[in-house]
Design a protein around this ligand. Sequence first.
Ligand code: MN
Length: 335
Amino acid sequence: MKELIPIGLFQKGQVKYFRRDFIKNIFLSLLGLFSIGGVSMSLMKNENKKFKKIKFSYKVNDKHWVGDGFYVHGLLRPSDELNKFISPFILMDYASPKEFSKTTQRRGVGEHPHRGFETVTLAYQGEIEHRDSSGGGGVITAGGVQWMTAGSGVVHDEFHSGQFSSTGGIFEMVQLWVNLPKKDKMTKPKYQGLSDGDIPKVKIAQSSSLRVIAGEFDGVKGPSSTFTPINMYDLTSESGDKINLKLQDGSNTILLIMSGQVELLGQTYDEQNVVIFEREGEELELVISKNFKGLILNGEPIDEPMVAHGPFVMNTKQEIIEAINDFQAGKMGRL
Ligand code: MN
């Protein structure tokens, strides 16, 4: 873990760094995998070949503030160890449920830039208001998703909505950073605002349902357009089910457990666990508990050099320097 780069929302005093307990948790989970692996590997060899095995699993118990609106677990950060298994995903922050009192102030993160990737914000409870310098903006309501392509560069802000602030309540969201391949890094900025009703919900097994945010599940296509092949699903269950998901061999897969628990290859994982799978294999078997809520991210890896620095994710250091210069020269616009 030597090459860790500070990252986070670009605001003075708000940039957060890799947490020591995060590193410790990865280390402990690796130890666990090795010791279990030695015993069970011979039993599982053939029949589990098609299943994606688990590469890392960990929890990040610490939370930190992003601006004054988002109190998050920093669950994914770019690192030499993780990139190969999380690409095209770069970063994941989870604002687990938290109560906010009503206020007339704007809580959130002020004007800051991005270039070279996409930010995807999923609102589960509460609302987020957003504006960007390409003219995009709006309110992400509960169940909604905002898929913003920063591409060549935008400046934006992210706040609790005026409506939510006026009443207060429970706030819960996820923000993802999704990489763009080299050929699309400087694409024109784009904004996709999806409400809960735009996202197809597929009933599966006995009492589970799967929202197809991006990609495809069982012939049902998600509404988000992506630059590289991505499947993004919300999975919920009322009474518990056994669920098999078919995924591409060679693709990367991440599971965030938001509530409940799940058994994967005989191991149990629970609330706020992040599970990162091996590329090999084409199936996940999840035995989920009642009241399970999880987010499944799957995508074709972008195997290109990546340099992430603050709010910019490019292929080379030189391109990072250009991004900083272009932002300072006002080339990413203003709000
Ligand atoms: Mn941002």
